[in-house]
Design a protein around this ligand. Structure first.
Ligand code: AHM
Ligand code: MG
Length: 337
């Protein structure tokens, strides 16, 4: 493995990349330190009292797990002091977290899901931290941070990525200049470049979806699933079905092997048609990554990065992965319109 750290990699590309400003490098450095602290705690889970629930319910109406709360606090407290952000938004907090008052303000906005795939925490299955970074519009610098700073078109992201706490801890990120993966070497405490310029295969071998929701899907979605069950994959064999229930882990596997992850809209008794995943802290950052890796991300009809969020915790259906597989979904949905 190379000995190049994330910061070195960013600086090496500094000449080509407008992202390698001092402020942006500090942001990533602080984010990486936060992830190392979270990773340390995740790997100790079971030995120390971090498993189970806190007894609280979060803004999504879900029971908060102790590790969720820990990861959220680490990120908020560390990133707030970094002097590079004007606001944050977390999956766990109802409102934006402005950076002002005693804390120095910067130009960036950080949105995160502190510990994605929480239902897997207590059973030792891979989980992750997802992040998305925007820059504040120039004309608003100096003003008090507000929700409209955060609700930017998803295409405006300047960086996105995730940390996956799996058999090893990895960071995968993009600044719009390809997708690069780094593996944490615990002996030196650094993320070292292990996967440069990651590209998703054009057609995959795997589909990932929670099929238990079959009865709440519309006909178009059922047709999508029937297609993947009855057609051949990139190797001329039946597709394999793989679903972990941690977006980060399902996405990471499909990025490497090729395939499609689907969280289709469910139709509820009141007629409401809704996806589960959050646009700002889950779908949009993964969409930026997948496009940079040569893949596609759609809600079935619209490109995820074309979304203009209207709410902080807006949910969207998500079909993401190898371009030829995602195109099949778009074609089936279009046919049903
Ligand atoms: P979380 O952020 O509360 O962990 O929820 C998001 C997770 C994703 O990681 C995963 O893709 C999805 O929820 C699984 O949902 P389901 O159990 O409905 O299949
Ligand atoms: Mg999540």
């Amino acid at each position: 493995m190379s000995q190049i750290t994330v910061t070195e990699h960013l600086l090496l590309r500094q000449k080509q990349s407008p992202m390698a400003t001092g402020q942006f490098t500090s942001l990533l450095t602080e984010l990486i330190l936060s992830a190392k602290i979270i990773s340390r705690e995740v790997t100790k889970a079971g030995l120390v009292d971090v498993l189970g629930f806190t007894g609280e319910t979060n803004v999504q109406g879900e029971k908060v797990r102790k590790l969720d709360e820990f990861a959220n606090n680490v990120l908020i407290h560390r990133m707030r002091r970094a002097g590079v952000l004007c606001a944050m938004a977390s999956e766990e907090n109802g409102d934006i977290i402005p950076v002002e008052g005693e804390f120095p303000q910067g130009d960036y906005i950080l949105i995160f899901d502190p510990l994605d795939g929480s239902s897997n925490i207590d059973v030792n299955v891979s989980i992750g931290t997802i992040f998305s970074i925007y820059r504040r519009p120039k004309e608003k610098r100096g003003d008090a941070p507000c929700l409209s700073d955060v609700l930017q078109k998803c295409e405006n992201q300047v960086c996105s990525g995730y940390f996956i706490y799996g058999s090893s801890t990895m960071m995968v990120y993009t600044t719009g200049d390809g997708v690069h993966g780094f593996t944490l070497d615990p002996s030196v405490g650094e993320f070292l470049l292990s996967h440069e310029n990651m590209q998703i295969p054009k057609k995959g071998k795997i589909y990932s979806v929670n099929e238990a929701y079959w009865n709440s899907w519309d006909t178009a979605t059922k047709d999508v699933l029937s297609y993947f069950k009855s057609h051949q994959n990139a190797e001329g064999k039946p597709y394999s079905s793989r679903y972990i229930g941690s977006l980060v882990a399902d996405f990471h596997r499909n990025l490497l092997y090729g395939g499609i992850f689907m969280y289709p809209p469910r139709v509820f008794e009141n007629g409401k048609r809704q996806g589960k995943l959050r646009l700002l802290c889950e779908a949009a950052p993964m969409a930026m990554l997948v496009e940079q890796a040569g893949g596609m991300a759609t809600d079935g009809t619209n490109r995820i990065l074309d979304y203009f969020p209207t709410e902080l915790h807006q949910r969207v259906p998500l079909f993401i992965g190898s371009p030829e597989d995602v195109q099949i979904v778009k074609d089936i949905y279009e046919h049903h319109e």
